[in-house]
Design a protein around this ligand. Structure first.
Ligand code: ADP
Length: 793
């Protein structure tokens, strides 16, 4: 962990000074405005600013002497999130930097996922890290350990998406409990005490976690720590059921005990409020209900008071936020907040509690505002609170739900991608056999022959099928890309003629480019396909909206700064420089219920024969494989916009040159070969075709149906000149077999054939000096590949 910076003492000093200034300022606010809320706000703001300063000071030196220069985006992302424990690791799993909160949470700088948690938690983190590398983001809820329950968010970041940012935050319940504890034990508690309210936060087993000073004094008789005491031991009940402090005895003032609905769950802490139950009614303004109202308004979680008739008396800000209502537009009844189906249940429960039901109840309700995500509403009865008869608490979990949904969507796309990749792989084997047999037959027929045209037809159709499997591989991000550094406007201009033709007479094409666009690194051919696929969909939507003709397709490029990404308020795309390309149409638009599905393969709303449902999934695969992001935006009837963001690639402009032209195909006579080839392939049909093709080219071919058979064959025979093998085979795979063979013949040339992408294979196959041939291949391509490997110097 050499690259971690030592704690910087000037930063500490700066923090201490800033904290001092913040507290003095808060004290002034308190004197001038006489408002604890404003003062607390001031302290909170000061802490946030100081947090940012400290994080900045601590992280900047790490960047300076780190093993690798950290880009500003990551540093900023980490500093911005400094309230949580944050760490950054690189591709090699090394810890590059971490903040103070991280050190405090984990007692030092362990490298995630090797944290001082239990095995299960670390395994969950490791799995999530793999998901984050793949999909950009992953979430682990409730990582248990270190006496706390944490939520971990792992985000891929960095200009080259080569870092992981790990963020650990206490789960929201714990966060709220901590805030409540702080409020009760701190000045807010004193203020409640002045108003005659005693408040305590307790464990589910009744042990005191925090209490305000008045309660402590009344219960113990002296200042001292009440924390950890069993609350029930501090109270006595008389024959009439009245509760008093044990210390004050039966002469003491009876108490009213109110359990405030706070957090859900068995392990959640309880909030208890005690009021003196005097017969003499308190003076107006200091009435119990007035006290409780001030308590409600101070609480950091959503709370509301309801009267005996079931009408709202008060809601605090957190409740307004969670319920999604404006302070100026508060409904009369709680039932008005929820969807029609839940109205009766809410009204019934409130009536029951207003009539005296004691235990609190939790119910999942759907708010009118966002009916798709149920929220937890806790209802409890309140005795002796003046007008207030029922207490409600509402938890705002929309942020959590949104994050969960995004992660679930990414995971689903990945699963579908794996399936598509698997199907494409098997299909490529079948196509290899079909194409191979066609090629072999064509060699025996000449044009003009009665069968020649039919065989050509089979071959053409098989090639079409092969291009479909390529699309599937593109979607599952297993396609071989040939990335180059390029400018997006060049890609658009390359296809603009084609686009004009595709749009026809009636659809206007409107292309515009922003200034200062950064170059991106991607496969130009694939990006052209992205633009064409998006444009074709747009045209279809325009025509569907207006069959008489008329409409506009706009293609626009622009530079996007990290600040703009942050403003977009989405958690998936890391803040960085991007070049964006958007395709906007004036078509039918996409209904909200369809929008989440459009990138899935085979999802189409077009009639049979018109849509394959592969257009957008291909687009998605290409964009993802190029390290980018794509989002669709639409309001039905107002057209749709697809925006692709590709990370800006920073390079020397001199390297921006077009790719070398492809080599001309060799003549058949140049493909003639000789020598012995060992062919290992588990699919009989592929093996048979390849064997015949190679034999025709003049090679002596030995075949084996798996790795073990091949090794056995080599044990009893001489050295072959070339080994051609499938990669994935049952029992022993190609690479393992080649490793054994190389022990005996270290320089034996090897050619792997596979239905998966070369890049993917090269990464997973740790062998030097091997060549790849993607399936499906023609007889000619196999001959070319064999010949090239054999004649290589
Ligand atoms: P296909 O075009 O073969 O149906 P795609 O994957 O390209 O497959 O698109 C999937 C679906 O997404 C389409 O059937 C259509 O419902 C919807 N869609 C895509 N682009 C647009 C657009 N620009 N406007 C409206 N709907 C669209």
């Amino acid at each position: 962990m050499a690259s971690l910076a030592p704690r910087s003492s000037p930063a500490r000093a700066a923090a201490a000074i800033a904290l001092g200034v913040g507290l003095v300022a808060a004290a002034l606010v308190l004197v001038v405005a006489d408002s604890w809320i404003a003062a607390a706000g001031f302290v909170a703001a000061a802490i946030v600013v100081i947090g940012a300063v400290v994080a900045w000071r601590l992280l900047a030196p790490v960047a300076a002497d780190g093993a690798r220069a950290i880009d500003w985006n990551i540093t900023r992302a980490v500093a911005g999130a400094s309230a949580d424990a944050v760490a950054v690791t690189d591709r090699g799993g090394r810890l590059i930097c971490a903040n103070d909160a991280y050190e405090a949470m984990f007692d030092g700088f362990p490298t995630p996922p090797g944290l001082p948690l239990d095995e299960e938690a670390n395994a969950a983190l490791a799995a999530a890290a793999r998901v984050a590398w793949r999909d950009g983001i992953a979430l682990v809820e409730r990582v248990e350990g270190m006496d706390a329950s944490l939520t971990a968010t792992i985000t891929r970041a960095g200009d080259e998406a080569d870092m992981l940012v790990w963020r650990f935050a206490p789960t929201e319940e714990r966060d709220l409990a901590m805030t409540a504890r702080f409020l009760i034990g701190g000045p807010t508690g004193d203020r409640l005490g002045e108003a005659g309210i005693m408040a305590a936060l307790m464990t589910p087993h009744g042990h005191v976690l925090a209490a305000n000073a008045v309660l402590e004094h009344r219960a113990l008789g002296h200042p001292g720590s009440i924390n950890g005491r069993d609350f029930v031991d501090l109270l006595i009940t008389d024959s009439r059921g009245l509760i008093r402090f044990e210390r004050e005895g039966l002469e003491g003032t009876p108490l009213r005990l109110i359990q405030v609905p706070f957090l859900n769950g068995q392990d959640a802490p309880m909030l208890v409020v005690l009021l003196d139950d005097r017969d003499d009614t308190p003076a107006p303004g200091t009435s119990a209900s007035a006290h409780v109202r001030s308590l409600v308004s101070l609480m950091p979680f959503g709370m509301a008071l309801v009267d005996r008739e079931g009408r709202f008396l008060q809601m605090n800000d957190a409740f307004l936020r969670a319920a999604g209502v404006e302070a100026t537009d508060v409904p009369l009844y709680p039932g008005d907040l929820v969807v029609r189906e839940d109205k009766t249940a809410v009204a019934d429960a409130i009536r029951r509690f207003a009539a005296g039901a004691t235990h609190s109840t939790d119910m999942a309700v759907r708010l009118k505002d966002h009916p798709d995500e149920p929220v937890a509403l806790t209802i409890a009865g309140a005795r002796g609170l003046g007008d207030a008869a029922v207490l409600l608490s509402l938890k705002n979990n929309s942020e959590e739900t949104r994050l969960k949904r995004e992660v679930a969507q990414a995971t689903k796309m990945q699963a579908v991608g794996q399936l598509a990749g698997g199907v494409a792989h098997d299909f490529n084997n079948i196509l290899t056999a079909i194409l191979g047999h066609c090629d072999l037959m064509l060699m025996r027929h000449s044009p003009g022959d009665s069968d020649y045209d039919d065989i050509q037809q089979i071959r053409t159709n098989s090639n079409r099928a092969a291009s479909l499997t390529r699309q599937l591989l593109a979607f599952s991000r297993q396609q071989t890309l040939r990335p180059q550094v390029l400018q997006l406007p060049d890609v658009v201009s390359e296809v603009s003629n084609l686009l004009k033709r595709l749009m026809g007479e009636t659809v206007r094409l409107d292309v515009s480019h922003g200034r200062g666009l950064g170059a991106v690194r991607a496969d130009p051919g694939q990006l052209e396909q992205v633009v064409v696929n998006l444009a074709v969909n747009a045209r279809d939507a325009i025509v569907a909206a207006n069959p008489q003709g008329g409409g506009t397709l706009s293609i626009h490029t622009r530079a996007v700064t990290p600040a703009e990404v942050r403003e977009m308020e989405q958690d998936i795309m890391p803040a960085a420089d991007y070049t964006a390309l958007s395709v906007t149409d004036t078509g039918t638009g996409i209904p909200a219920d369809i929008l989440p599905k459009i990138f899935e393969p085979f999802f189409t709303t077009k009639e049979t024969g018109k849509g394959t449902g592969l257009g957008l999934s291909t687009v998605y695969g290409i964009v993802k494989q190029s390290g980018g992001w794509i989002f669709a935006d639409s309001k039905p009837g107002q057209g749709a916009t697809f925006t692709m963001y590709l990370p800006v690639h920073t390079v020397d402009p001199a390297t921006l040159r077009p790719a070398a032209p492809p080599k001309p195909a060799p003549k058949p006579s140049e493909l003639w070969g000789q020598g012995t080839v060992l062919l290992v392939e588990d699919e009989d049909m592929v093996r048979a075709v390849a064997e015949r093709a190679l034999t025709r080219q003049g090679y002596t071919v030995w075949t084996a149906e798996n790795g073990e058979v091949a090794l056995e064959l080599l044990r009893v025979s001489d050295r072959p000149d070339l080994l051609i093998s499938d990669v994935v085979m049952p029992t022993m795979d190609g690479p393992t077999m080649v490793r054994h063979v190389r022990e005996r013949y270290p320089d034996l040339p090897v050619l792997f054939m596979s239905g998966y992408a070369e890049e993917q294979l090269r990464r997973s196959i740790d062998l030097d000096n091997v060549a790849f041939l993607p399936k499906p291949f023609s007889v000619q391509q196999l001959a070319e590949a064999a010949r090239e490997v054999l004649t290589r110097p």
